[in-house]
Write a protein that binds this ligand. Sequence first.
Ligand code: HEM
Length: 401
Amino acid sequence: MVGRDQMDTTAAKSIPVFDIDLFSDDSLRSPYENYSTLRDAGPVVYLPRAGAYAFPRYAEIRRALEDHETFISGKGVGLSDFGNNSRRGTPIASDPPLHTLVRGVVQDRLSLRAVREITPSIQAKADELVASILERAEFDGVIDFARQFPLLIMADLIGLPRDGREHILEWADAGFNLFGPDNERVRSSMSRFPEVVSYIRSLEQPGRLRPGSMGAAIYEAAEQGKLKFEQCGPLMVAYLMAGLDTTINAISAALMLFGKYPEQWDKVRSNPKLLPTAFNEVIRLESPIQNLRRVLSRDYEVDGHVVPAGASVLMMFGSGNRDGRKWADPDRFDATRNPVGHIAFGMGIHNCPGQILARAETMALLEGLVSAVARIEIGEPVWHLNNVIRGLERLPVRLHA
Ligand code: HEM
C-alpha cells in the first residue's frame, strides 16, 4: 500500500493520504499491519474512505485526549451521522459543561467504593460461571463464558427486570457498529435502533427498574430537576451498552492470550498478584475499543502538519497501544509488563468511568481460573467483525487442571 501526499493550501507540510478502508472485513479481522503502516507514515494521516484524519501513534492520541477543548466530542465520536445523532447529549458525545453534568449523574455508582460494595455479588456470580465451565471438557470461551457475564452484572446494577433482556447483546453490538463510517454494518445496525428505544421506554413504566438501582437513579435525577426527562433514555442506553461488548471482549481476549502464551499463564499462576496488571496488558494488546473520533475546534499543528478546524480526527486507541515508540516489543503479550499509561480506557475527561467495574468483573473470573486451571488450550479463534469493537465470535477452549 502506497501513501500519497495531500497538498493543502497552508504552506504546512503535506499530510500522507492512505486509501485504506480501516472498516473493511479484512482490516477489522487483521488490523495491525495497517496500523503499523500508518504509524510509520507519520504522526497524522488522512483516510479519504473514512473522511477523516487519524492519529495512529501513541503520543499524539494521548495529547489529543487530554486536550478536550481542541478535540471536541460534542459533535459525536463516531463517523456516521445517525450514530452521532442517536447519542447526542450523553457523556461520550458531549463537552463541558453538559459533559460534567451528565457524567456526574451516576458517577458515584461506578466509584471504587460502590464497586467494592457489589464485589461479593460479582464474585459469587463469577464462581458459579467458572464452576460451570470447569465441569465441561470443552466449551466456547465466548458463547459459554465471556458473553454470559457482563450482562448479568450490568442488568443488576442498572436494575433491569428479568424479562426483555434477550436482545440486549445484539443491540449493544449494533450500537458499537454505529460509531463507524456509513457502511453496510452501520446501515444494518440502524434498523435495530427502534427496538432499543421501545425497550428503554418500557423501563420508564413505574416499578420496572429496581428501586435504589443505577437506572432508577437516572430517572430520580430528572425528578429532582438535575436533568431533563428526555435526557434519561439516552443515558440509560449509554451506560447499559458501554459496559457490555467492551468487557465481554476483554474477558475473551484474556482467555485467548493466556491460551496462546501458556508461559504467561504460568507466570500469573505462580504469582496471582500479577493479574491486575496482566489485565491491562490484555487490553493494551487487544483494545476492545479500537477507534473513536474527535472534531477539531481550531486548526491544529502536529510536527509541522496542519489539520484544519472542523476536521474529524480518529483516535486510534488500538494502534497507539501497539506503538513501538511507546512500548518495547509492542506486539508481545507480557503478563509482567505493567503497561502504565495504556489508552484502552481512553484518557482525559472522557476516560472510561466503568473501568473499575470492568476490572472487578474480569478479575473475579480470572482469579477463579488461575487457582483451578494449569493450562488453557485454545483452538482457532474466530473474530467478530464490528466497526469499532475488537473481539471474538468464537473461541474453542479446553481447560487442563
Ligand atoms: C474493558 C472494558 C471497557 C473498555 C476497554 C472501555 C473503554 C472505554 C473508552 C476507550 C472510553 C473513552 C471514550 C472516549 O474517549 O471518547 C470509554 C468511555 C466510557 N465508558 Fe468504557 N470501557 C469499558 C467498560 C465500561 C463499563 C463496564 C462501563 C459502564 C458501566 C463503561 C462506560 C463508559 C462510559 C459511560 C463512557 C463515556 C465516558 C465519557 O465520555 O465521559 N465502560 N470506555
